[in-house]
Design a protein around this ligand. Structure first.
Ligand code: HEC
Length: 321
């Protein structure tokens, strides 16, 4: 093997220093280039330790490969200990080693005053468009005209549902042959509405409650199709896919989530998903999809209606109200 010009000992020290620098600063710098993110991906301390351990083992094998190599490696060390570099150099090295060890221990045990770590901002609002703030869920607050249209459809026994649930309802109608398609809903406000419909005297409040029930049903179905894998059956953020994410899907039943935000904000978050979040919401990017790409506005609002209902929460009232 060719002799390193600087000597075996110093070439080993230099190699270790280069490997350390590459892992500690090289990898984060390269990650920034590769991912294009405005921050580097840090290398965990344990990973640095493993890399350095492997490097030390490899260099140890290299040095102890032959007696000649080992002797050459040990040469500067022995020379120093025998005073070959002068007594002053020896004294400096011999005192600085215990001093460095003591300093390291001091660094570890000394109590530190530090700022609390800046946690991820759950509800960043820097790019939240103000125009969304006062939005109200149109399907939670149907207008007189919408209620009238619903009553008309019910009278004709031709209530329109979103296409995603319509086919199931048609199958149910074929199989059971009900008197009215709204019997599909097993109980509650729909029963009262059907009774009034039969008697020919529908009052506004009952019709409104029945329409809400229909909207909720559609919202729940859309939730099960789109959101359940991550957010879970009970909206507790425990869907079958939830464990796969570092930033877990939010638990909507927790008091600190859905209830603390206005409906318009929820709509904006659902609409724009993880990609719509500003940098305050990093370092863990949210896996939440950008739903405006695959759900219509009506579908998104109906899901939100069902989401609050499932979590048994009510949205925060906008300040101006
Ligand atoms: C691929 C998994 C995934 C799917 C599917 C998903 N989400 Fe999410 N969602 C997340 C994650 C992860 C978060 C995380 C945390 C965050 O961004 O604060 C989140 C956050 C949210 C938030 C923000 C809550 C808050 O307090 O700011 C809302 C609202 C939400 N999801 C609604 C939905 C709705 C509605 C659907 C279905 C249309 C859905 N999600 C589907 C993963 C998912």
């Amino acid at each position: 093997m060719r002799k390193p010009r600087i000597g075996r000992f110093w070439s080993v020290a230099l190699t270790l220093a280069i490997i350390y620098a590459a892992v500690k600063w090289g990898i984060p710098a390269a990650s920034r280039e590769i991912t294009g993110l405005p921050f580097p991906l840090p290398v965990p301390g344990t990973l640095i330790f493993i890399y350095m351990l492997l490097a030390v083992i490899a260099l140890f094998l290299l040095v102890t490969f032959s007696d000649e190599n080992l002797a050459e490696f040990m040469h500067p060390i022995k020379k120093l200990l025998r005073g070959g570099y002068g007594r002053i150099a020896r004294a400096v090295v011999m005192t600085s080693i215990p001093f460095l060890a003591a300093w390291q221990v001091y660094q570890i045990v000394v109590p530190k005053v530090a700022l609390p770590p800046s946690l991820r901002i759950q509800h960043p609002s820097s790019n939240f468009p103000k125009s969304f703030e006062a939005l109200k869920n149109p399907f939670a607050n149907p207008t007189e005209a919408e209620i009238a249209a619903f009553v008309e459809q019910a009278e004709a026994d031709q209530v329109e549902f979103i296409p995603q649930v319509m086919s199931d309802i048609e199958v149910w109608i074929d199989e059971t042959g009900p008197d009215h398609m709204l019997e599909f809903f097993p109980a509650g406000p729909m029963d009262a509405f059907l009774a009034q419909l039969e008697a020919g005297a529908v009052d506004d409040a009952t019709a409104r409650a029945a329409l809400l029930e229909k909207n909720l049903f559609e919202g729940r179905a859309l939730y099960a199709m789109n959101c359940r894998p991550c957010h879970g059956d009970s909206a507790a953020g425990d869907g079958p896919m939830a464990d796969g994410f570092k930033l877990r899907p939010i638990n909507f039943t927790d008091a600190g989530t859905l209830e603390t935000i206005v409906e318009g904000y929820t709509f904006w978050r659902v609409t724009n998903g993880g990609p719509g979040l500003p940098t305050e919401a990093t370092p863990w990017d949210s896996a939440m999809p950008e739903w405006k790409l695959s759900l219509t506005e009506e579908e998104r609002w109906k899901i939100i209606l069902a989401e609050y209902d499932l979590a048994e929460k009510t949205p925060r009232i906008p300040e101006s109200h």
